[in-house]
Design a protein around this ligand. Sequence first.
Ligand SMILES: [Zn+2]
Length: 468
Amino acid sequence: MLKSLKKFTGGLSVALLAVTAQAAPLKQEDLSVAEVLRDRALESSDAYSIVESLTVEVGPRRAGTKGDERAVAWAQEKMKALGFDRVYTEQIDVKRWARGHAHAEVTAPFPQPLVVTSLGYGASTPEGGLTAEIVEFADVEALLKAPARKVKGKIAFINKRMERARTGEGYGPAVQGRSQGMRAAAEKGAAAMLLRSVGTDSDRFPHTGMMSIDGVENPVPALALSAPDANLLEAMLKRGKPVEVKLNVHNEALADGPSFNVIGEVVGREKPEEVVLIGAHLDSWDEGTGALDDGAGVAIVTETARLIAELPQRPRRTLRVVLFGAEEIGLVGAKQYVDAHQNDLDKIIMVSESDFGAGKVWRFDTRIPESKFAIADQMMQLLAPLGIERGNNKSSGGPDSSVFVAQGVPAMGLYQDGSDYFDYHHTPNDTLDKVDPENLKQNVAAWVVMSFLAAEMEGDFGRVPTEH
Ligand SMILES: [Zn+2]
């Protein structure tokens, strides 16, 4: 046993191995199968062809659109073709919205066009457009603190830059402007809201995304500027003269309609009612083809299950792949899944999601009871050779998974390198060429270790504390 472990643990001391071996809840034979799966994934997994198929044959698939309908059909066909035991859908209800046009131009003092896009579910200008003076704010907090007289009738410009990081941690602070900016502007009587895109690139692509719209009485047009256009506006404002911008925007709010979570299962041989739930989201924003967000995740978890389904026998419990609908517009598919499954949530022994692009996995996080850490340590024996380090025990499991975690479901997270994720996120530039097939293989190798061992292990993780 020690000999075979040593192969994968390189730098780990014999003493540490001995400690691990003592607790050793996972059987050596299961670790050996996981090792075979991992190596098979590195050599021959083909997640790339799945994301290629989704982006070429479906493309943009914002929740509630025709593209979304095609994606739901595509996902069912794909899972059936790949040998899942059961494939089915569960209906969800989504708010629908049609994107029309969005034009912006500086009219004074230096007339020139700006590159913009409407934020999700944004309002229109009056017919013929509106022209107003720009008032700049460093961030949404500054706008919230400003007196209404400073904002009334003007276009509030939120000019906060996002910091680049491997963890993507710059997103949280920057995205406040997108989620809360329109509401804050509308409540102070602004004519519209312009946002420096939440992104890390300097390309002339604006980044769309969802904002908080519920209960906003008089929503105003809300647009993202590409980074170079935000720089341009900033430079004009520095000259000290009033800057006027004309906006012409048309979008349409539509009646609510159906979408679907698409679910595929590899049914367990001994405890089919117990479930390891691995997910990604099927919907995307509408301007790119959703290759990184989240076509890559769809491909990674689907290919993971396909590899496990190829084994001579099914794992002990069921592996359930859930391709969530309507994640982008507020985790709608995950929330409705959890509501509909209140009576069997306790059968989900672990949840995890891939939704951070196509970069290599570099960290393994968990949210499991401390008494179960030995299981994660054993998983690490097979993950470490993939260049993955052990992270923290605060994993949300991913955006959709966080809804499950809030109800006490244990989670695991294979954290990807997101250094360039926000260069493309929610832009027309989120396309297949950004996906490296070799990186996807490394992802599948990590996912197959984690998913197979969780589905095969004898005990479970119990529940984790909820935070309310
Ligand atoms: Zn996503």
